[in-house]
Design a protein around this ligand. Structure first.
Ligand code: NIG
Ligand code: FE
Length: 399
């Protein structure tokens, strides 16, 4: 059995375990001059250093602030090619949807990704995941979705599986954009072939769908959700990014893990999310990069929703390689308070992945935590463009 007492913690700041909604998102526990006892990778005791139990080993963290490891609940970290030409087109006035409609955008990343083998995808994704982790992400979701055909989707998920040994990853099968011809057969194939195979091989834990005018309809999403359920996979959604066409309502109705984006959500979608256990995941990197309106983070929390924040790391809409930066941007762009943003990036993001065992530094939870450079935890939400994270601990072990 391993047992370590961490001391020299100026502030230990954490949300309570479990998903937090509405005003409870602001209620952090703060212990000054704290200690943290970890046994076998799990937090055993947290409290004032003066009352700390003894342990076999003691590590002095040198008077720094400690917070839970961040959970990034939404990334597309596996891709090949680049979107630099699209970005220039966008800067000259083309919209994201126009670029997609003329075969660029996601479709260009699909062509490049479909041409890459598993080892190449692994090599391309590794430094991106390392950057997210250095920024504080101790658990990271990674989606497929750039496979032009089913084999390419499976290669993406196999690449995620290969990276599992190095990173704490949660894989999702993303049904992203339909083929230009034969979409009915494509959706049938997703339901009858792709989802069953992914479930059989344990290649993903959840199925995500891009429900949008340029992508899948609500009815197609419903069919894909039904197949996911039949095969024991959870469901989640990209919805209300450009148009609120009913994806959010469907997700709440079927008890999806999360609905992500929400930039175009109106009062009706906010009400549906607030009345459900489905997490509202907002992605401020997209707002920054595409210049879209921000998701209504403030309104969602005030209405009582469970709000999470993710990077949406991807080459087209959010080249944000830092989960800490997503947290910091949610405050500036979506009007969360610093305390709400910490809750959104820890326990609520864990809930969006169906992981009740992490996100809070309290007894019984995984001991994933960050040691900041600063003695004041507020440097985590404050800092833009440099990393306030000094050390990342996964299950009590420094990486
Ligand atoms: O989350 N909106 C759809 N999918 C991604 C973008 C992917 C891409 O542009 O490559 C998103 O924003
Ligand atoms: Fe996304």
């Amino acid at each position: 059995m391993s047992e370590t007492l961490f001391t020299g913690i100026s502030q230990l700041v954490t949300p309570r375990p479990g998903p937090q909604r509405g005003a409870a998102m602001r209620e952090l526990n703060m212990t000054e001059d704290a200690a943290l006892l970890v046994k076998d990778g799990v937090t055993h005791w947290v409290g004032p250093a003066a009352q700390a139990p003894t342990a076999a080993e003691t590590v002095d963290l040198g008077g720094r602030a400690v917070v839970p490891g961040l959970v990034d609940p939404h990334t597309h970290a596996v891709w090949a090619g680049d979107r630099l030409a699209d970005w220039e087109a966008k800067l000259s006035g083309a919209t994201y949807e126009e670029i997609l409609a003329r075969g660029g955008g996601i479709r260009s990343t699909m062509r490049a990704t479909a041409a890459a083998g598993v080892e190449e995808l692994v090599a391309l994704a590794r430094p991106r995941l390392a950057a997210l982790r250095a920024s504080g992400a101790t658990t990271t979701e990674v989606k497929s979705g750039y496979g032009l055909d089913f084999d390419a989707e499976l290669r993406m998920l196999r690449a995620v599986r290969e990276l599992q040994a190095e990173f704490e990853l949660r894989p999702t099968l993303l049904i992203h954009v339909p083929p230009t011809e034969g979409r009915t057969a494509y959706v049938q194939g997703v339901c009858a072939d792709l989802i069953p195979q992914v479930a059989r091989e344990g290649l993903a834990e959840a199925v995500d769908v891009f429900t949008e005018k340029e992508a899948f309809s609500v009815e197609e999403t419903r069919q894909i959700f039904a197949a996911a359920r039949t095969h024991g996979l959870r469901v989640k959604l990209h919805a209300d990014q450009f148009h609120a066409i009913g994806g959010t309502e469907l997700a709440c109705e079927v008890g999806a893990l999360s609905v992500d984006h929400l930039e175009a959500s109106t009062e009706a979608q906010i009400r549906a999310l607030a009345a459900s256990d489905t997490v509202a995941t907002i992605l401020p990197g997209v707002t920054l990069h595409l210049g879209l309106p921000a998701a209504p983070g403030r309104k969602l929390i005030d209405a009582g929703a469970i709000v999470a924040v993710g990077t949406d790391l991807n080459p087209g809409s959010s080249p944000v390689f830092s989960t800490q930066l997503a947290l910091a941007l949610a405050i500036r762009l979506c009007k969360l308070t610093p305390a709400e943003a910490l809750t959104a990036c820890t326990v609520n993001a864990a809930h969006a992945l169906g992981l009740p065992d992490r996100g809070s530094l309290s007894a019984g939870q995984r001991a994933d935590f960050l040691v900041l450079h600063s003695p004041d935890w507020r440097d985590l939400p404050y800092t833009l463009g440099a990393s306030p994270v000094q050390d990342v601990f996964l299950a009590g072990v420094k990486l």
